[in-house]
Design a protein around this ligand. Structure first.
Ligand code: PNS
Length: 157
């Protein structure tokens, strides 16, 4: 089965990585699709975010990391993939995720959204929290893959 794990991933965290690893139990090809979120001001460029994720999964041939712009469902049709993977951590994620799932379905009824729950050690973790800790000179090395931690070191020396 082909799955697409879309997100802005600013930055990609160990919580995202945990979802990817779980999705690979049933996806033989998983596209990690990096986009801009119109509602967010991003710290890293789309290309920087893509490169950090590519580096993280460079040894895994079942994972394809790409950019997409425009509608997610259009990207999925191009990739011949019918399943969107999204992580759900808490009730606070629920409303936004439901809205997106129904919006995507309203545009293309053949696309299904699969919600996945990360390991409990990642329930608190978000890209926003990582950016905040890093900005205040905290240690993020146990929250993000090494490629991401290195990139932050280059910004906040
Ligand atoms: O990690 P995020 O920021 O929650 O990811 C949101 C993202 C990028 C998946 C979402 O904004 C998206 O799919 N954008 C592409 C435009 C689109 O298809 N919009 C309609 C569905 S909301």
């Amino acid at each position: 089965m082909k799955g697409v794990y879309p997100g802005s991933f600013d930055p990609f965290t160990l919580g995202h990585k945990d979802i990817v690893e779980r999705a690979l139990k049933f996806c033989d090809t998983l596209y990690i699709a990096v986009s801009d979120n119109i509602n967010k001001k991003h710290l890293f460029s789309q290309n920087e975010r893509l490169e950090m994720i590519k580096e993280t999964f460079k040894d895994n041939k079942n994972i394809i990391v790409e950019h997409f712009n425009g509608l997610l469902v259009d990207y999925m049709v191009k990739k011949n993939a019918a399943f969107i993977i999204r992580g759900l951590r808490a009730v606070s994620d629920f409303e936004y995720e439901f809205q997106m799932a129904f919006a995507n379905r309203s545009i293309n009824n053949n696309i299904e959204t699969i919600f996945m729950v990360p390991g409990s050690q990642y329930l608190f973790l978000s890209s926003t929290i990582v950016r905040d800790i890093a900005r205040n000179n905290g240690d993020i090395s146990n929250l993000v893959p090494p490629a991401v931690a290195e990139k932050f070191k280059a910004i906040y020396k």
